[in-house]
Design a protein around this ligand. Structure first.
Ligand SMILES: [Mg+2]
Length: 265
């Protein structure tokens, strides 16, 4: 269990954690292959067959997350391709209430994302989430992906966050492992980052199935939420659960499948 009384910072991933990963899934599985097919006079399946191995070859590295890299590789304006379907960007349920409760409870809210700065800007502009966060940090500024220990050193130097007093919420298990190795006190996984896809096992990490429930079942956040007028209406009432821990909060030994497209996760 997390002792939230010893926590002063919440580190938050963006894609698949605060935002529905469906946008990124659609861009990289559907829209970008379609634009690539159009610009190269290919059918869609041929375009996908050309793109996939090039994407897979560097998955999880900083260039994999880099829109400038893929614009050059694919001969497309990838930030513009993303912007074409920006209407699909969605904040996940309960996120606004959770972030408001964190602020009211005295917790610093730091966004730490692998998203390219242009993608980060599009998503903040579209979602308005920056109004609910204290700091925004892209790994591209530090030259190391969140999967790398160097990122966490750089983020600590930039923000002064204390790992032993921090919680990380992320949907990428490799990122969670890197943060845990760095000493982050509590690492929580999001099991269903894409609302259109089934939930995945979260392996060795406790899961955040529902932000609303996390608020209501965390006394520090629940008290802050109850005392915060602007939080009302941002979150629905969730009945507290009784009895043994819910299945979604129990650690599992199974591994989640690897991701297969470059998003800020
Ligand atoms: Mg993510």
């Amino acid at each position: 269990m997390i002792d939230w009384n010893h926590i002063d910072t919440v580190l938050l991933d963006m894609d698949g954690t605060l935002l529905d990963l469906h946008f990124d899934s659609f861009v990289w599985h559907e829209h970008l292959p379609r634009r690539f097919a159009e610009s190269n006079a290919l059918d869609l399946e041929a375009a996908r067959a050309l793109l996939k191995p090039r994407l897979d070859a560097i998955q999880g590295t900083l260039p994999w997350y880099c829109l400038t890299h893929w614009s050059r590789e694919f001969g497309l304006d990838v930030p513009a391709v993303e912007a074409e379907v920006a209407h699909l960007i969605r904040v996940r349920p309960g996120v606004h209430g959770f972030l408001t409760a964190c602020a009211a409870g005295g917790l610093r809210r730091i966004l730490a994302t692998n998203a390219h700065p242009q993608s980060l800007a599009l998503k903040m502009r579209t979602s308005g989430l920056h109004e609910h966060l204290d700091e925004l940090h892209s790994s591209h500024v530090y030259g190391a992906a969140k999967e790398e220990r160097a990122f966490w050193h750089a983020l600590q130097a930039a923000t002064g966050f204390v790992p032993e007093r921090s919680v990380l919420i992320d949907d990428n298990l490799d990122v969670l492992r890197a943060a845990r190795s760095f000493g982050v006190a509590c690492c929580l996984a999001v099991p269903q980052p894409d609302s259109q896809q089934p939930a995945r096992p979260t392996a060795e990490f406790l899961a955040v199935e529902c932000f609303e429930r996390l608020v209501h079942e965390t006394p520090r956040l629940a008290r802050a939420f109850a005392s915060c007028p602007q939080a009302q209406g941002q979150i629905t009432t969730v009945q507290p659960t009784l009895g043994p821990p819910r299945a979604e909060c129990a650690p599992s030994s199974r591994q989640a499948p690897a991701t297969d497209f470059p998003t800020g996760r």
